[in-house]
Ligand binder design. Structure first.
Ligand SMILES: CC(C)(COP(=O)(O)OP(=O)(O)OC[C@H]1O[C@@H](n2cnc3c(N)ncnc32)[C@H](O)[C@@H]1OP(=O)(O)O)[C@@H](O)C(=O)NCCC(=O)NCCSC(=O)C[C@H](O)C(=O)O
Ligand SMILES: [Mg+2]
Length: 285
């Protein structure tokens, strides 16, 4: 299931129980929203949150943002009820927490029964080790790294360079790219620290992630900028394409731009960057 043909720079979690946040998100320049029924909602608010969220989605106003509902795990007392209550809601995908295997994805697919795209939280050691089979599930369209749960499960420390997470982050990405699945990086918990957020965004972008999950509106601008092609990247892409076209017309296969070779594959990357910039500009209209 291909949901990759659009930007996912910023993916904001909104507690499904909070009217004010559900309202606020209608005006935020995020590419996608995760309407959360899991960790952002306390147990005593979980049942009521279903109706709150269904009403907000029914009311609409989220424009071209991708709408993803994160349900509670199917092994909890709320998971199946979440699906029952929201199966027909106006959402683009359902996000399942703590996915360990393709069988977990299939269990949600069976419950949904409507073929809706499924996204998986990648946040357990077993889930990471089974990333490839999870990505291969025909209904699976997106991965979200759950770096808080992963840190808890691994018993690793939070570090600015996320060294203990690298194997997991890269495994998620390898599996996603093997099966045309969207890959979104985990949250940055210190939501008032723009500098630290930028460092982590840049690392996620360097690794190849499509975007980052956010917990607060203050994180949107830094993230959108980090996951968009920069002016310099756009300018370079245009020069690479032009240079390659020129040498190709002369019957050659390798151009040189700024002292570096440019071959067919680099042109593909350059064209992708321009297409992404155009898609971002289109979203802003
Ligand atoms: C972190 C927060 C609890 C902070 O809330 P608060 O103190 O209310 O923030 P502000 O007063 O600064 O809010 C300013 C305005 O912005 C709105 N707001 C705040 N957060 C959001 C949001 N996420 N989406 C939309 N709007 C939001 C407030 O309503 C204020 O609006 P206004 O009144 O008009 O000025 C809070 O930000 C929060 O609850 N964030 C979400 C936390 C969350 O979703 N957690 C679960 C996801 S993270 C996770 O589970 C990761 C994964 O599973 C893993 O394992 O890693
Ligand atoms: Mg989690």
């Amino acid at each position: 299931m291909d949901m990759t043909a659009r930007p996912y720079r910023s993916v904001l979690y909104i507690p499904g129980s909070k009217d004010r946040a559900l309202e606020k998100a209608r005006s935020l320049p995020v590419d996608a929203i995760i309407f959360d029924l899991e960790d952002a909602v306390t147990p005593d608010a979980k049942v009521d949150a279903r109706a709150t969220l269904k009403a907000a989605l029914g009311q609409g106003g989220y424009g071209n943002r991708v709408k993803i509902i994160r349900i509670n795990g199917l092994d909890t007392e709320w998971g199946a009820g979440d699906v029952e209550a929201l199966r027909d809601a106006d959402a683009d995908a359902f996000l399942l927490p703590k996915v360990n295997s393709a069988a977990d994805v299939q269990a949600l697919a069976d419950l949904l029964g409507n073929g809706k795209p499924i996204w998986a939280m990648m946040e357990t050691p077993l889930g990471i080790l089974n990333a490839l089979e999870i990505a291969a599930h025909p209904q699976l369209a997106g991965f979200v790294a759950g770096t808080n749960d992963l840190a808890k499960e691994l018993n690793c420390r939070f570090r600015a360079d996320r060294l203990p997470m690298q194997v997991a982050l890269q495994t998620i990405l390898l599996a996603a790219r093997s099966h045309n699945v969207v890959a979104i990086d985990g949250v940055y918990n210190q939501f008032k620290d723009d500098e630290g957020l930028k460092v982590e965004c840049d690392q996620g972008r360097d690794l190849g992630y499509d975007g980052k999950t956010l917990i607060h509106p203050a994180q949107v601008d830094v993230t959108n900028a980090a996951f968009a092609p920069s002016e310099a990247e756009i300018e370079l892409a245009k020069r690479q394409i032009a240079a390659f076209e020129e040498i190709e017309a002369a019957g050659q296969g390798v151009a040189v731009v700024d002292g570096k070779i440019v071959e067919n594959l680099h042109v593909e990357t350059a064209k992708k960057a321009l297409a992404k910039a155009a898609a971002i500009a289109e979203l802003a209209k």
